[in-house]
Write a protein that binds this ligand. Structure first.
Ligand code: SF4
Length: 349
């Protein structure tokens, strides 16, 4: 048996898998807590004998990602980490401080689920890189575990908005999410774990079928099929009409409101007609709309100015009966904002 990463398993799975080695559920919780919180094996005590731990080390190890670069935004404190896996695959994570309440400061980690991405959204730096490979469970867990140890505030949430399309690596993403939620480990509430997708229809239907407890954000950016196809090639594979049906099924199964993300691009998707088309597409579906300025390092796409953005918000108010939230996308000075990840990796993977 080759050595397995401890942080690829929940405590229950560890206990079942290593029961023949004397692993009880309590010992499994103790091992996992030490591995994900501190990155070390637990100290031996009366119940964890040195001999038992030595035996286990033949089968299990605590894997670590190398940090190749760490950059901190002077403007808003966002921190971007460039990681390398043992095989050289590279990917990035962002530590996002939420400092709006001084007495309750906390942080959220934006994680990658793949090295590179195959979806090719034209406004995204990762999309221009192409796909390298899926990340393994432990590689997703390690991003949060390692950033948590660097964070000045408790990490209370995880968003799968880094490199990659998480719903194309769904088994690993769901397993990592289960490990994030383990009370003995990172203890992050399932409701504070967000999966962000461009709209992989079969995976959305699976989330619905399994009633997964995580939040879902779907990147829409246009409700006009031709327009959407121009910036999001996924439209050719999973068109808006089937995506709408999948979200209706998701809502029917979970009862949850979904968030739609709208990347604001000047002169492209901010007109009265765009708002009307979106409202027609949404229909009775309970949604919230998040508006996020495009961040395109190439300069091909620009965010709208205040006048254009406000006019679009007014149009949305006239047509769409749903909450609209403008999302802050921070860390622009260190290329950590939405759509900018991997800008510095070009040619490296
Ligand atoms: S926006 Fe997301 S899905 Fe689209 S190319 Fe970028 S990382 Fe991939």
């Amino acid at each position: 048996m080759t050595s397995e990463p401890i942080t690829a398993f929940t405590s229950q799975q560890l206990a079942a898998r290593y029961a023949s080695h004397g692993m009880t559920p309590r010992l499994a919780r103790c091992l996992l807590a030490s591995a994900v919180r501190f990155g070390v094996w637990p100290d031996q005590d009366t119940t964890l004998s040195a001999r038992w731990l030595r035996d286990l080390r033949n089968y299990l190890h605590i894997p670590v990602l190398s940090v190749l670069e760490r950059r901190t935004s002077a403007g808003d404190g966002f921190e971007k980490f460039l990681f390398a896996a043992p095989d050289g695959a590279r990917f990035e994570s962002v530590l996002i401080p939420l400092a709006h309440r001084q007495e309750d400061r906390k942080a959220v980690v934006c994680v990658s689920s793949q090295s590179g991405c195959a979806m090719g959204c034209t406004f995204c730096a990762t999309g221009r890189l192409g796909f390298s490979r899926h990340l393994e469970v432990w590689e997703i867990v390690a991003q949060v575990a390692q950033l948590r140890r660097e964070s000045s505030f408790p990490v209370r949430g995880v968003v799968f908005m880094g490199m990659g399309e998480p719903l194309l690596n769904l088994d690993a993403v769901l397993q990592a999410a289960r490990i994030f939620s383990e009370p003995c480990g990172l203890a992050i509430s399932a409701k504070a774990i967000t999966l962000s997708t461009v709209g992989i229809v079969p995976a959305i239907l699976r989330l619905a079928r399994e009633r997964q407890p995580y939040r879902l954000i779907v990147s829409l950016t246009s409700a006009d099929p031709d327009k959407r196809r121009r910036v999001m090639p996924v439209e050719a594979r999973y068109p808006l009409s089937t995506l709408r049906d999948a979200l209706a099924a998701y809502h029917a199964a979970t009862g949850r409101r979904m968030t739609l993300a709208w990347t604001l691009i000047a002169g492209f998707n901010t007109s009265e007609e765009d708002a009307q088309q979106l409202a027609d597409w949404v229909g009775e579906l309970p949604v919230q709309l998040d508006l996020i300025d495009v961040n395109d390092a190439t300069g091909r796409f620009a965010p709208p100015d205040d006048a254009e953005r406000n006019a679009f918000r007014d149009a949305l108010r006239r047509h769409l009966a749903a909450p609209v939230v403008r999302r802050y996308s921070g860390g622009k000075d260190i290329e950590a904002a939405c759509g900018m990840l991997a800008a510095q990796l070009r040619g490296a993977i």
